[in-house]
Every structure is written in C-alpha cells, then in structure tokens.
Design a protein around this ligand. Structure first.
Ligand code: CUA
Length: 352
C-alpha cells in the first residue's frame, strides 16, 4: 500500500525514462506536453473529487435529520456563489483546452526537415520504407536520435492504428488514405528485457525491448491477430544509423542460395505471422512438410501442393482455400516477382 501511495504521488509530469503509475516513459520530445495536460486534469479531478465528496459527507452528517421541528430554511438563491461556480470553472476549462491544443498542434505539424518514412499496415504486420534511402520492407522502424521523423501511413486492407505509448503518438492507418504523424527522440533509453514484444531485424517475433527500443502496437481491432500486430522503434545515434542504412542498401538477397533467399523473404514479407515452419497451426497452414502433400480444400476438392499451387496461393490467395482455414491472406501480386516466388517455393520444399 505504501508502495502504491508513493507511486501515485510520484505521478509528476517530469517522469522521463522511469514513467509513472499512469504513464509509460517519456521518450519523444512532446511526451511531456501530453503528460502535463493529462496530469493537470488528473489533479484537478482529484481535488474536486475530494472537495465534493468530503463536503457531501460533512453536510450529510452536520445536517442529518434530528426531529420534525428541525426544518430547512427556504433559500431563494445567491448570485455571488452562482457567479463564482460558473466563472471559476470556465477558466479551468480554458486552461485544459490551452494545454491540450498546444500539445495537439505540436504533434500535427511535422518540421520541414523531417526524415520521411512510409508505414504500411496489413493484417497483421507493419512494414517501413525509407524512400530517401532506398530501403524497403523493414520490420523494425529504425530511426536516428535527435532527428524529426515523419511517418506517412497507409493500409493495404482494413483500418489499423499506429500507437507508440512511449512517444504519446497514436493515429489511425486507413486504406486509400495517407495519415501523417511525426516524432523526435533525443534520448536513448536503457533496455527493458521484461517488457515488449515485436519482430527483430529479420522478422522473428522476440520478447523484451533492447537499448533504444520502443513498443509499437496496433490499437484498432483489425481481426484474428490484432493483438499480436506488434512492431518496435529502434532509436540509435546518427553514425550508427548511417552504418545501418549503408549495410541495408548494399545487401543483395539474390546473392543468397534460392533456399536462403526464400527464408529471407518468408521473414521479410511477414509470412511467419500466419504460417509456422514447425507444423503448428496458426492463421494459415504450416509450411512444414507442405510441399507434395495432398490438401483438402474448402470446396470439397483436393489439391497436390506443387509449384503451381504455391505460386497461385501467393498471387491469388482466395482461389483455393485449405479446409478449416479462413480466407484471410492478402495478395502479393506486384510485390514478389517470379524469381522471388521460386525462392519461396524452394524454401518451402526444404521444410520437411
Ligand atoms: Cu492492425 Cu489491429
């Protein structure tokens, strides 16, 4: 109880890396503004709650029923009191508006020199492209420290919502529209091994947040795996970011063997979000032992899983659905060329 009390009392806006009882750490430059607005309203609520409930209890005791002769005096009204309880709270409301509006405006207008990152949401993964650097399809949003970053976000299927609690940013990501949000992180926070979840650099789901990492959630219900639609932001010093970007640009996946290239695409295109490679059933069928197997389809027919069927399932996923699974997969038409599809087929073949 004392721990809880001290935690509650430590709920000041200057929380920085620690966070407070109500709020996660303040990682972005405008997190403090958001928290100031929140805690202004929060403490007003606490004060008014105590004053009103305390007053009510006091008056209930002080003027409780004693006898029939003890009658209430007839009060017609009091202009002074009525003016005070109208005018005074209106100043408080204007102060709330000013704090909130100030923080909202800062978030709404990205600086002109912000680095552009394109965010694509789909069931159930996030992917990040850096048009100015020629980097595409990243699973982790890697950003340089101390630089404004502008996110231009859209969705391939349904409405998702991009949420980074540590940054106090949250915005809907809507198909057919581009929503914009920005942030800047000046400080690199320590690792939080017991918090967070998301794909690593090669698309495998891992737990814990490393140094400079922040959790990304999808915060708009978008179907079966909505609650597992994680990602993370990785903040690093500018020089380290430049090294990272240079390595990404010079990496040539076609120099790998077909099986390795297929495995790389399997992770990079987030296939792993719905298809296991160990036989366990997820949103889609497992890839283990898939090649050459005879599958029962939802229309009652059967199909042998060969190159043509895998290729068709990647490009026109709704065509032949395996019995027991829903038609959930997005098409990869226009995103994977023949060479890449061949690499994925070779990878699936290797999963015996
Ligand atoms: Cu995407 Cu919920």
């Amino acid at each position: 109880m004392t721990a809880l009390t001290s935690w509650l009392l430590s709920s000041t806006a200057n929380a920085g890396e620690e966070g407070t009882f109500w709020m996660p750490p303040q990682a972005s430059t405008f997190a403090a503004d958001v928290d100031n607005a929140f805690y202004f309203i929060y403490w007003l609520d606490v004060i008014f709650f105590l004053a009103l409930m305390g007053g009510m209890i006091y008056l209930a005791i002080r003027y409780r029923y004693k006898s029939d002769e003890d009658r209430t005096i007839d009060i017609k009204g009091n202009h002074t009191i009525e003016l005070v309880w109208s005018v005074f709270p209106s100043f408080l409301l204007v102060a709330m508006f000013a704090l909130g509006f100030n923080a909202y405006m800062k978030q709404s207008v990205p600086p002109a020199d912000a680095m552009e990152v394109r965010v694509t949401a789909q069931k159930w993964s996030w992917s990040f492209d850096y048009p100015s650097l020629g980097i595409t399809g990243e699973k982790v949003l890697v950003v340089p420290q101390g630089q404004p970053v502008r996110l231009t976000m859209t969705s391939k299927d349904v409405i998702h919502s991009f949420f980074v609690p540590d940054f106090r940013i949250k915005k809907d990501v809507v198909p057919g529209r581009y929503s914009v949000i920005w942030f800047q992180v000046d400080e690199i926070f320590g690792a939080r091994p017991n918090e967070g979840r998301g794909p690593n650099d090669v698309g495998e789901m891992v737990s814990g947040l490393g140094e400079g990492e922040h959790q990304v959630f999808c915060t708009e219900y978008c179907g079966t795996d909505h609650s597992r639609m994680y990602s993370r932001v990785q903040v690093m010093p500018q020089e380290q970011f430049d090294t990272w970007a240079a390595a990404k640009v010079s990496f040539d996946p076609t120099a790998l063997t077909a099986v390795e290239h297929g495995e790389y695409l399997f992770k990079k295109k987030a296939c792993a979000g719905c298809h296991s490679i160990d036989g366990s059933k997820m949103v889609g069928p497992s890839f283990q032992g898939l090649y050459g197997r005879s599958e029962n389809l939802s229309d009652g027919s059967t199909v042998i899983v060969d190159d043509s069927y895998i290729s068709e399932s990647i490009l026109v996923p709704g065509q032949k659905i395996v019995a027991g699974y829903a038609n959930q997969m997005p098409t990869f038409q226009g995103q994977l060329d023949t060479e890449q599809i061949t690499a994925i087929i070779e990878y699936i073949k290797s999963l015996k």
